[in-house]
Design a protein around this ligand. Structure first.
Ligand SMILES: Cc1cc2nc3c(=O)[nH]c(=O)nc-3n(C[C@H](O)[C@H](O)[C@H](O)COP(=O)(O)OP(=O)(O)OC[C@H]3O[C@@H](n4cnc5c(N)ncnc54)[C@H](O)[C@@H]3O)c2cc1C
Length: 388
C-alpha cells in the first residue's frame, strides 16, 4: 500500500466525491476538482432520485456487490437526520407470466437462491399491494422488499461535504483542460484558468466527459442521452410508499421505470433505451415527442397520472462501456493515471462501495476484475442492458 500520496480527483459527482472521501480517510492529500457549481446539474449523478436495487437478472456478481452496498446505504442512513435513502422495495412487473429467459424470472431465481425473501406477484397480487397499477396489464412480476431509492443529488452534496470535513481541498467552477505529463507519467492537471495542480496520481472520474480528457477512450465509452420526466399529480397519495414502490414495467421490452412520490409529491418516470448518442458538452434538447410516449405509458399503466402536469424534463447521459461493466483501473500506458467511470446507467447504487474500489487502485491494489481495463467488442447482453 502507498501512503501519503498527493491525489487530484477530476470530477466531483458520485465516483469522484466518494473516491476523494475514501482517499482522504486513508491519509492521502486529496484535491477534488469540478467544473460545476456543485453538485453539477448536468452530472448523471444528480436529479432527485436513483434506483437502489439488488435485482440483476442472472448476474450474481452485481447482486453480491449490491448486498454489500445495501449495508453501506443502511450505515449511511444512521448518520442522516433527513433520510436520503428510502427502503421502499422494488417491483419488477411483466406483461406476461414470468418464465425462464426473462430478466424478471432470472432476478427472482437469483434472489431466492441467495436467500432473499421476494414476493411473486400476479395481477391480483399487484392490485392488492400496489393499487395504482392497471394490474390486468401485468400478469407477472415480483416485489423485492429490499432496496428502494436514493436522493441522488443530495447524496452527492453530502459526500462532498464529508470529503471536505475529512480534509479534501475542493476546487469548484474549474474545468480541467488536460493532464500534465513527463513522458508517459501523469504528474497533475491543467485548469482552464491557467492554474496547474501537481499530483502523484490523477483520478479521472469525469463521467460522460471522460473521452474529452482522454480521447483514446472514445471507442470504449459512449455517451448516450436518456429521457427523464417529473409528474406532479394533484393527489400524490396513490404513489406514496408503501402503496407504491420503485418499479420497472416490463423493462427489457419497454424500458419504463420509476419511483414513488417524493416529499414534494413529484413522481419521476424514466425510460431506459438505446439512447441518443450525445457529446457531454453538447446542448441537451429534450425532444417533446417524448411527452406523448410518457403520457401513453401512464394512461395505460398508471391511470391516476394521466392528467398530471409534467413539471420537469431532463436528458441524462449514460457513460456506457460496451459491456456495461464499470471501468476502474490504472491507465495501461500512462503511469500515475487512474480511470474511474463507465457507470453505464447503473452506477449510482454502488455509491457506498465506489470510493473503496477506486482508492484500492490508487494505492496499487485492484478493483473487482470486471472493472479492469479491457478490450471489449461485444455489445451488452439484454440483461446487462437494464439501466436504473
Ligand atoms: C437517466 C439516468 C438514470 C440513471 N438511473 C440510475 C439509477 O436509477 N440507479 C443507478 O444506480 N444509476 C443510475 N444511473 C447511472 C448513474 O447516474 C451513473 O452511473 C453515475 O451517476 C455516474 O457518476 P459519475 O461520477 O461517473 O459521473 P457524473 O455524475 O456525470 O459526474 C461527472 C462529473 O465530472 C465533472 N467534470 C467532467 N469533466 C470535467 C472537467 N474537464 N473538469 C472538471 N470537472 C469535470 C462534471 O462536472 C461532473 O460533476 C442513471 C443515469 C442516467 C443518465
Amino acid at each position: 500500500m502507498s501512503e501519503g500520496l498527493k491525489v487530484v480527483v477530476a470530477g466531483a459527482a458520485v465516483y469522484g466525491a466518494s473516491a476523494a472521501l475514501a482517499l482522504a480517510e486513508r491519509g492521502h492529500a486529496v484535491t477534488l476538482v469540478d467544473e460545476g457549481p456543485l453538485p453539477h446539474p448536468h452530472a448523471s449523478s444528480t436529479d432527485i432520485s436513483k434506483v437502489v436495487r439488488l435485482d440483476y437478472g442472472s448476474d450474481a456478481f452485481y447482486m453480491a456487490q449490491m448486498e454489500r452496498a445495501l449495508e453501506g446505504w443502511q450505515r449511511w442512513s444512521t448518520r442522516w437526520t433527513t433520510p436520503l435513502f428510502h427502503a421502499c422495495g422494488v417491483s419488477f412487473l411483466a406483461r406476461r407470466p414470468l418464465e425462464r429467459g426473462m430478466f424478471e424470472w432470472s432476478s427472482l431465481q437469483g434472489l431466492r437462491a441467495r436467500g432473499h425473501d421476494v414476493e411473486e406477484l400476479d395481477s391480483a397480487g399487484l392490485a392488492r399491494r400496489f393499487p395504482a397499477w392497471s394490474a390486468a396489464r401485468y400478469p407477472g412480476g415480483y416485489y423485492n422488499p429490499q432496496g428502494g431509492w436514493a436522493e441522488s443529488g443530495e447524496v452527492v452534496r453530502w459526500l462532498i461535504g464529508e470529503a471536505r470535513a475529512a480534509g479534501v481541498t475542493l476546487v469548484d467552477s474549474a474545468r480541467i483542460t488536460g493532464l500534465l505529463g513527463q513522458a508517459e507519467q501523469v504528474v497533475g492537471c491543467a485548469l482552464a484558468d491557467g492554474r496547474s495542480l501537481a499530483a502523484d496520481r490523477v483520478v479521472v472520474a469525469a463521467g460522460a466527459w471522460t473521452p474529452s480528457l482522454l480521447p483514446e477512450l472514445r471507442g470504449a465509452l459512449r455517451s448516450v442521452a436518456q429521457p427523464v420526466v417529473h409528474f406532479a399529480p394533484s393527489d400524490p397519495t396513490p404513489f406514496q410508499a408503501p402503496r407504491f414502490s420503485v418499479w420497472a414495467a416490463d423493462t427489457s421490452g419497454t424500458g419504463w421505470y420509476g419511483f414513488p412520490a417524493n416529499a414534494q409529491g413529484v413522481v419521476k418516470i424514466a425510460n431506459h433505451g438505446p439512447g441518443l448518442p450525445l457529446d457531454a458538452d453538447a446542448e441537451r434538447v429534450f425532444d417533446r415527442a417524448w411527452d406523448a410516449r410518457f403520457r401513453a405509458f401512464v394512461a395505460e399503466s398508471l391511470p391516476a397520472l394521466t392528467d398530471a402536469p409534467i413539471v420537469y424534463r431532463r436528458l441524462c447521459l449514460y457513460c456506457d462501456t460496451l459491456d456495461g461493466d464499470f471501468l476502474i483501473d490504472n491507465h495501461p500506458q500512462r503511469p500515475g493515471l487512474v480511470i474511474a467511470t463507465g457507470g453505464s446507467g447503473h452506477g449510482f447504487k454502488f455509491a457506498p462501495l465506489l470510493g473503496g474500489w477506486i482508492a484500492d487502485v490508487v494505492e496499487g491494489g485492484r478493483a473487482p476484475a470486471r472493472f479492469a481495463w479491457r478490450q471489449v467488442s461485444a455489445p451488452k447482453t439484454e440483461e446487462a442492458r437494464f439501466g436504473g
